[in-house]
Design a protein. Structure first.
Length: 152
């Protein structure tokens, strides 16, 4: 789908605050409320807008300890990859998982309360998954940038 300037501006506004009403958006975009509503519905139908979510403050929900865990599988068979991926998506502490190139096969972004909680996660959950050869953990010192908004 080709986005025009109004679609792009609308998406920027929605990325900033999805709670804005169509009336508020229409005033900024200089469009009718109906036109804004129809554009949003079109962007949803086309899959440009995938879903709406509430972004939580991880520190206020005791998930402020962030770990990037690199995982290497024992073997790179289709079965091992499928099994690992099916298992890792079940881990609630893992909010993001990427299959990557390089020295490791996956990078997991893990959110827990503290170091003790991460140790418990490693011992009781992650290391029990099949086909893991090795892991390496990097702990977040400070968040420099965190955004969900794309520049359009």
């Amino acid at each position: 789908m080709k986005l025009d300037q109004i679609d792009s501006k609308l998406l920027v506004l929605l990325q900033e605050d999805t709670k804005k009403t169509t009336k508020e958006l229409s005033l900024v975009l200089n469009l009718s409320v109906t036109a804004v509503y129809e554009r949003i519905k079109k962007l949803e139908r086309e899959g440009v807008i995938k879903k709406y979510v509430a972004l939580l403050d991880r520190n206020k929900i005791s998930k402020g300890f962030v770990v990037f865990c690199h995982v290497k599988l024992i073997q790179h068979t289709r079965e091992n990859i499928a099994t690992f991926e099916q298992q890792v998506v079940q881990l609630s502490e893992v909010l993001e998982c990427f299959h990557v190139s390089g020295d490791y096969d996956y990078i997991l972004k893990v959110f827990v309360e503290n170091m003790e909680a991460y140790r418990e996660f490693m011992v009781t959950k992650l290391t029990t998954l099949q086909h893991i050869g090795s892991t390496q953990s990097s702990f977040m010192i400070e968040e420099v940038k965190n955004t969900t908004a794309f520049k359009l």
